[in-house]
Design a protein around this ligand. Structure first.
Ligand SMILES: [Zn+2]
Length: 303
């Protein structure tokens, strides 16, 4: 734990010997894993809506195969997050990058999380000039680019404004380890206490990345959350569980005095509950739920 990655709570950082949040364990599913049975991202049925015109400053519209897979994964991630409370107008965004890559794939502005299709995911060069955000990209793209520049272990970033975690970040309340969901954040949750504005230039993005430090989850005061993880499946799981952990804390607080999990038991629960290959199973279940409930419209396999 670095000086920047303090917990929001004053709770001591992760106990010695506790599992670190970020290094990918051997056998972790690759970020590009796509739900079984889904056709390749580039398969577009006749009559499907044409892709958006290329965004000025973005990379060429024809991404390589690996990029197409990441674009589809980012689109599914957006749909899952919409289902999990992250939908907020057309705001909030997910990105991914290949290990070691200098290109990220990020949701464009103008569409809601629940309606993102692979064609809405833009390839962006990490080495670009982000003080002038190209048209078609979210103003807060720097939240992603500045984290990737500083964290080679991070291959997916989520930013959104889910109601419970965003409200929590607008208080001085402490994050408490009350449920298994909270245990995912055994390393602590950081807080960015800088400006409550949108984060729109590289310097502000760098400040946020510094506040995140080596951690997974960051509360942006009076604004929202940022989650950075080893791959898209882990980033989505952490985003969903962050919102749920805070919601559980809000519910628990209405019922009686809080009764947190003893600190010394947290590492063991973390090791058992958050094994490297578990997020793939949850991801597949979310994709099935999206398809079943009609919320996978426009996605591969649904056209
Ligand atoms: Zn925001």
């Amino acid at each position: 734990m670095t000086a920047q990655a303090r917990t929001s709570t004053g709770t001591p950082a992760l106990a010695e010997g506790a599992p670190p949040a970020e290094p990918p364990a051997a056998g972790a599913p690759p970020a590009e894993t796509v739900a079984e049975g889904a056709p390749p991202a580039e398969t577009v049925a006749e009559g499907a809506p044409p892709a958006e015109p290329p965004v000025e400053g973005a990379l060429p519209a024809e991404p390589p195969v690996e990029g197409a897979r990441l674009a589809e994964t980012v689109a599914w991630a957006s749909r899952i997050l919409a289902m999990a409370g992250y939908e907020d107008l057309t705001l909030g965004h997910v990105s991914a990058r290949e290990p070691g890559g200098r290109t990220i794939y990020i949701k464009r502005k103008g569409v809601a999380l629940g309606e993102v299709v692979p064609e809405d995911v833009i390839a962006v060069d990490l080495d670009g000039d982000f003080d002038r955000v190209p048209e078609g990209m979210h103003l807060e793209t720097v939240l992603h680019t500045e984290v990737y520049k500083r964290r080679p272990d991070v291959h997916s970033v989520v930013h959104g404004h889910p109601p419970f975690a965003t409200a929590f970040g607008a208080t001085d309340a402490e994050f408490r380890y009350l449920t298994h969901d909270s245990v995912l954040f055994a390393g602590g949750i950081s807080t960015y206490d800088g400006v409550p504005d949108l984060i729109v230039n590289a310097r502000q993005g760098a400040d946020v990345a510094q506040a995140l430090g080596i951690g997974t989850a960051l509360l942006l005061r009076n604004h929202g959350v940022l989650v950075a993880e080893r791959d898209v499946q882990w980033a989505v799981l952490a985003s969903v569980l962050l919102e749920r952990a805070v919601r559980m804390q809000a519910i628990a607080g209405t019922l009686g005095p809080l009764h947190p999990i003893p600190q010394e038991l947290i590492p063991g629960i973390h090791a058992m509950k958050y094994q490297a290959d578990f997020p793939g199973e949850y991801w597949d279940a979310w994709v099935r739920e999206l398809r079943r409930s009609g919320r996978a419209f426009g996605m591969p396999g649904e056209r």
